[in-house]
Design a binder for this molecule. Sequence first.
Ligand code: KIV
Length: 291
Amino acid sequence: MSPPVNVHSLRTRKRRDGAEPIVMVTAYDHPGATIASAAGVDIILIGDSVANTVLGYQDTLQVSVDDMVHHVAAVARARPDCLVVGDMPWMSYHLDPADAVRNAARLVRAGAQCVKLEGGRRRVPVIEAIVNAEIPVMGHIGLTPQSVHAMGGMRVQGRQLDAASELLADARAIEAAGCFAVVVEGVPDALGRAVTAALSVPTIGIGAGPDCDGQVLVFHDVLGLGTGRAPKFVRRYANLAEDAVKALAAFAADVRSGAFPSVAESYEASEQLRAALDPGRRAEKSPGALE
Ligand code: KIV
């Protein structure tokens, strides 16, 4: 097993140099973080995907810095044995660098060790400002869900050569601005490979093919906790939603039939209390007890 990940050790973790692939998963709360940590992941991302997976929104544009602080703090309280990355929500880093630094600092004070933000060259000033405030930044390029409207929907990016070249330029620019790792989402496998080859910091892919330096998936997708149709790049390792429905239906049936709770699942009263509370027994056993 690799030693625990921190930003310093991660910055140079490239598969081409023989490093083990990086494992990242999202988590949004204390039990999720405890499970991910026990599974030995390298990085937990408190993603703004909390919007879709937990809060029931259609897109990630609905979550605020306050929402993210709440979820980062819940994850941090689990003291996971891995790197904790807080996702900067839409509009928390788009106005000006000072505002972005303040918002990044709120995530750090809630327990994140670094932050992630979406976008390429136009994010360079913001990335530099946050890095200058001693907060490490993970980049995120390709299919960036916060740009859903600008992209005209959640579509694979960089399919044409000119778009692929733009994306490579974005990757190089955000690395130069100080990102210690870059998430590459929703691009053809050859582009995931090209970005990984072009950068000296690691890439972490999601729908970017097998050649990135690591892979990330959403907690609810890996565990089959989601309700909607999962994207093509998701591999489900469990069907917890189905199991949960079965378990809750069994609980409901037991309550309705009287099979739950049993004597073993109840707190036994002392004979004295029983006699005092039960009029029938009181007449028999303790004439002077409570009415
Ligand atoms: O919010 C999120 O879950 C993410 C991952 C998909 C990388 O940004």
